[in-house]
Write a protein that binds this ligand. Structure first.
Ligand code: SF4
Ligand code: SF4
Length: 103
């Protein structure tokens, strides 16, 4: 009897774990924002780190009125607060805001 149930339990466990991993993708912990004053792009220098390392396609570079360079804009709908952009930002100007404080 045990021989019959063990594979069944293992399969159920694997299925639950797969569902947990799938759901984890939707877990939003925080949202990124940027202190533009010291951002390299904002200051008309080259940088593409935050966009390049965002696995969620949440960063775009957009031209704003009155500026000569595009600046990084963080999409709150796509950002999950993983902080990859913060880690790679050479000027350390990206902040990760807990979701309940930034919404
Ligand atoms: S915190 Fe993560 S998901 Fe949000 S913009 Fe930065 S790299 Fe992308
Ligand atoms: S990585 Fe930092 S300095 Fe570079 S564009 Fe993004 S916010 Fe600006």
């Amino acid at each position: 009897m045990k021989k019959f149930f063990l594979p069944l339990f293992l399969m159920m466990g694997a299925s639950l774990f797969a569902q947990f991993l799938e759901g984890k993708k939707d877990l939003i912990m925080a949202v990124a924002s940027v202190d533009y004053e010291n951002c390299l792009l904002y200051n008309q220098k080259e940088c593409n780190q935050c966009k390049q390392y965002c696995a969620y396609d949440a960063v775009s570079y957009e031209l704003q009125p009155g500026l000569r360079n595009p600046i990084p804009v963080f999409d709150k709908e796509k950002c999950v607060g993983c902080a990859a952009c913060k880690i790679v930002c050479p000027e350390n100007v990206i902040h990760i805001n807990p979701y309940h404080l930034s919404s």
